[in-house]
Structures are given as structure tokens and as C-alpha cells.
Design a protein around this ligand. Structure first.
Ligand SMILES: [Fe+2]
Ligand SMILES: [Fe+2]
Length: 158
């Protein structure tokens, strides 16, 4: 079983790849729709599960609180940007500019997680050698995914 750090990095790499592919899309194209849906649902579930499994543990230790709170605040900011873009028409001329500012913010966020936060967290909550936190993350992410799918289903019915 990979550790929580490896598991989160795998997600981050997938997000980076989706972001660079999305930056090359144009207008209301099948590519843009498909890549955005994948990014939107995966990142939403990732962030929620990351908070519940990983940041909750980091924040429960006083040494981990500043980093933990900082990241969770960034999640809120990113969530707003992502939701704003999600509600925008794909064909809108401003879509790509707005997407690019989200891309920059998100890349900054995962870079900081990978470069600063994980190192600090290893000291505070441990290296997760048996992948216990990773298993919790995967389970919670699946749960979050099905919640989003339900919401998306309801939106279609409405
Ligand atoms: Fe995050
Ligand atoms: Fe993350």
C-alpha cells in the first residue's frame, strides 16, 4: 500500500496533466468539456478527502496547525474559483483567461503541499509506513465522489 504522501502526489500529477491539457483547449469543444468534468469532480473529491483524512490529523497537533490552516484556507479560495468556472459557459471568451489564473493558483497549491507541507507533516503525524492514512483517504474520496455524482444527477433532473 502506498503512503498518503505517494497517494496524494499521484493525484497531484494527474491534476497537473489535466490542467496542461485544458490550457490547450478552445471554445466549447468536446475536449474541454470532458477534461473539465474529469478535473472538476476529481479535484473536488480529492480536496474534501484530503481535509478529512490528512489535514484533520495535521491540525489536531499544535505544530501542524499553521500549515494545515493555511492549506485549508487555500482550498476554500480554490473551491470558489473552480465553482465560478464551472458555472461559466465553455464558449465564453473569458473562460481561458479565468482558467489560467485557476491553473496558476492550483499549481502553486500542490507545489506547496509537495514541497513544504508533506515534509513537515512527516515529522508531525509520521510517514504513514503502512498506508493507513492513504487507505482512509481512498475510502473518503470514493464517498465524496459518489456524493458529487448524486448532486450532478439531481442537477440534470432539475
Ligand atoms: Fe490540497
Ligand atoms: Fe492535494
Amino acid at each position: 500500500m502506498p503512503t498518503i504522501y505517494q497517494t496524494l502526489r499521484t493525484d497531484h500529477d494527474r491534476h497537473r496533466d489535466l490542467l496542461s491539457k485544458l490550457a490547450r483547449t478552445q471554445g466549447d469543444s468536446a475536449d474541454r468539456r470532458k477534461l473539465w468534468q474529469t478535473f472538476y469532480f476529481d479535484v473536488s473529491a480529492h480536496a474534501a478527502a484530503e481535509e478529512l483524512s490528512f489535514y484533520s490529523k495535521l491540525i489536531s497537533e499544535s505544530e501542524g496547525q499553521p500549515e494545515g490552516r493555511h492549506s485549508v484556507a487555500e482550498h476554500h479560495e480554490l473551491e470558489e474559483m473552480i465553482q465560478g468556472l464551472h458555472e461559466m459557459e465553455f464558449r465564453s471568451p473569458g473562460w481561458l483567461a479565468r482558467f489560467k489564473s485557476l491553473k496558476g493558483r492550483y499549481e502553486h497549491h500542490i507545489e506547496e503541499e509537495g514541497e513544504d507541507i508533506f515534509g513537515e507533516a512527516k515529522e508531525v503525524i509520521g510517514a504513514d509506513p503502512n498506508g493507513q492514512i492513504a487507505a482512509e483517504f481512498v475510502m473518503l474520496k470514493t464517498q465524496e465522489r459518489s456524493k458529487v455524482d448524486e448532486k450532478a444527477g439531481q442537477a440534470i433532473e432539475d
